[in-house]
Design a protein around this ligand. Structure first.
Ligand code: PLP
Length: 389
């Protein structure tokens, strides 16, 4: 049985490094259509350019995001590099504006690559509190006239929810391209393209893949010319996802909407339980009315939920006592809730804030929980036991 179609319901894992182009004429046609948004099955050339298994997962992602297209990369950081690099043109020197409350890796990429190596004029909109001040943002747009505005829907680890629709509206009015990192909110809670964003990126490693064992990123958008630029940049820099990982992602995406609903449900339960505990001083969860950006969250997410992340601070008379309570808790729950520096997995995991963020958030008792999809009752029992230690 040599390479005949079989009655499968799944897209095969095409591991070809290069594809069989058969003759000179077909080869010429394939190379001519290399960057075309719609890819003909005979036109695959080389897997670093495009691969049918990867395209199949991209089509699933475009459906989830409600976008015209989605392009996969081998990590979330590769998606960030890809999207930011295609907006960079020699001789263009308008500044770019980044919100300061974004993923630490992105902030380091800005400092180490965009500023130090590429010499870009980068400005930061510093939140300066526990919510984004829209009046200050508007003023900054007028002052800076940025070419690009970049923000995250839900920040990390303080879970500040952006007034996403308003940020996009103001930035578009100012003539900026708007990029949203929507990793924490996921397309379940918000689809920024529908509100006028130009591009959305995700660390697929998190909720979209969702099982803690796949590293990937995605860039989603609607503009076909922009898609061509991205395909070209990804091809030239090799930021491509492997077909094996794309096939696994395709399987994981089948359960995304179920998983994210359970993440949100469990996180709500956990946040309310933690708020009632005497061992806990403060709980940050956008679904709680006490959260500084609860109103923004309701405005942006409606009734769909408030995400799967909960950050909380241990009570204690002083820093030492808080640190001690934090460490005892981490040890007590470690059999069920390991300390793992990622998020969005099916199982609940935690991260202490101080050892990871250092001076940025000097909170010795603070822990970030990425709430999983276990039965909520089991999870609450484990947390209670941890707090009672
Ligand atoms: N964006 C956000 C919000 C993240 O949290 C992360 C990683 O933690 C990234 C981007 C980078 O993604 P990756 O680790 O898949 O490269």
């Amino acid at each position: 049985m040599k390479n005949e179609p079989v009655n499968t319901r799944f897209v095969p894992v095409y591991r070809d490094a290069g594809f069989d182009l058969q003759d000179a004429e077909k080869a010429a046609a394939a190379f001519r259509s290399e960057l075309d948004p719609l890819h003909h099955p005979d036109d695959f050339i080389y897997s670093r350019y495009r691969n049918p298994t990867v395209v199949a997962a991209e089509e699933q992602l475009a459906e989830v995001e409600g976008s015209e297209w989605a392009l996969l990369t081998e990590s979330g950081m590769a998606a960030i590099d890809t999207v930011l690099s295609v907006f960079q043109w020699a001789g263009e020197d308008r500044p770019w504006l980044f919100f300061s409350e974004i993923y630490g890796g992105t902030n380091a990429f800005i400092d180490e690559v965009l500023i130090k190596r590429r010499g870009l004029d980068i400005r930061r909109f510093v939140t300066g509190g526990d919510r984004h001040d829209m009046t200050a943002f508007k003023r900054m747009l007028e002052e800076v006239h940025p070419d690009v505005v970049y923000f995250e829907a839900i920040s990390n680890p303080m879970l500040i929810v952006a007034d996403g629709k308003e940020i996009i509206r103001l930035a578009k009015e100012a003539g900026s391209v708007v990029i949203v990192d929507n990793t924490f909110a996921t397309p379940w809670l918000w689809k920024p393209l529908k509100d006028g964003a130009d591009v959305v990126i995700h660390s697929v490693t998190k909720y979209l893949a969702g099982h803690g064992n796949l590293t990937a990123g995605v860039v989603c958008g609607n503009d076909p010319d922009f898609m061509k630029d991205l395909i070209q940049y990804r091809k030239l820099t090799g930021h491509m996802l492997s077909p094996d990982d794309a096939a696994r992602l395709g399987d994981y995406l089948r359960t995304f909407s179920l998983r994210i609903q359970q993440h949100c449900y469990n996180a709500g339960k956990v946040a309310r339980e933690l708020s009632r505990r005497p061992e806990v001083e403060n709980v940050l969860y956008p679904g709680l009315e006490t959260h500084p950006t609860h109103d923004e969250a309701v405005k942006l997410f409606g009734k769909r939920g408030f995400g799967g992340m909960v950050t909380f601070d241990m009570a204690g008379k002083n820093d030492e006592e808080k640190r001690l309570r934090r460490d005892r808790f981490i040890e007590a729950v470690s059999g069920h809730i390991p300390l793992v520096p990622t998020l969005g997995d099916t199982g609940t995991i935690l991260l202490p804030i101080e050892p990871v963020w250092g001076d940025k958030y000097p909170a010795p008792g603070m822990i970030r929980l990425s709430v999983g999809i276990e039965p909520a009752g089991d999870l609450i029992r484990i947390l209670r036991r941890g707090l009672e230690m």
